[in-house]
Write a protein that binds this ligand. Structure first.
Ligand code: AP5
Length: 213
């Protein structure tokens, strides 16, 4: 199964990817996570990407396309995969089709989460992630039992560097600029599904399961 998750920052792509992994055991490829790891390790890709990410801009297409091609080449995804945060531009979408065609695969479903700017800002401002295990929380919607401490592993909960109000608004503007063209690439296909990203986590997941099953 190959799934593509589209949507604004904070639309719930990462949250639903985790639910999908748990239920279906498929691999997640998150370009955001891969890029943040590269920045942390100061790899060549990380050094090139950092400035774009800090300011809320998109990293150049060629860098992210190479990341995806490398993941697929490594044979990461025998049971299929979830693309979380890729593609983000029409050029990335077209390139993805080519990469998949080469290995005789195709996308099964494109899930597009619709969400308003106000919701995005509220969600992102409250997001916290465990430094050790990566588990995600929201200080209002899914808080940890103890402030700042992960329920799963007692790790420290951190806020992402690009989760400031100013950067979130910029990321939302960037998303809006690219999203019409990208959705248009998939919209006419029966694989394309619009979801109400404003609903609660469980409701959204139930909707996804209905589509996949
Ligand atoms: P990336 O890491 O992909 O960030 P993003 O797209 O901005 O998405 P987020 O991770 O912020 O949101 P999400 O939809 O996963 O929301 P989540 O589930 O966590 O990218 C970061 C940067 O990397 C980009 O700005 C860019 O520079 C670069 N980049 C990455 N990919 C790229 C690409 N393909 N091309 C170019 N550049 C690229 O939810 C958010 C919060 O809300 C959480 O706290 C969660 O608990 C809560 N929540 C989730 N769902 C619900 C719900 N239904 N109800 C209530 N709360 C909810």
């Amino acid at each position: 199964m190959i799934l593509v998750l589209l949507g604004a920052p904070g639309a719930g792509k990462g949250t639903q990817a985790k639910n999908l992994i748990e239920k279906y055991g498929i691999h997640q490829i998150s370009t955001g996570d891969i890029l943040r790891e590269a920045v942390k390790n100061q790899t060549e890709t990380g050094i090139k990407a950092k400035g774009f990410m800090d300011s809320g801009d998109l990293v150049p297409d060629e860098l992210v396309i190479e990341i995806i091609a490398e993941e697929v080449r490594r044979g990461c995804c025998v049971n299929g995969f979830i693309l979380d945060g890729f593609p983000r531009t029409l050029a990335q979408g077209v390139e993805l089709d080519k990469v998949l065609k080469k290995i005789h695969l195709q996308i099964d479903h494109v899930l597009d989460f619709e969400i308003k700017r106000e919701t995005v800002v509220e969600r992102i401002a409250g997001r916290r992630t465990c430094k050790s295990c990566g588990f995600g929380y929201h200080i209002r919607f899914s808080p940890p039992s103890k402030d700042g401490v992960c329920d799963k592993c007692d790790g420290e909960l951190l806020q992402r560097a690009d989760d400031t109000e100013e950067t979130v608004n910029k990321r939302y503007d960037v998303y809006k600029k690219q999203s019409g063209e990208l959705s248009g690439h998939y919209e006419k296909s029966s694989k394309y599904h619009k979801l109400d990203g404003e609903s609660g986590v469980e409701e959204v997941f139930a909707e996804i399961v209905k589509i996949l099953d």
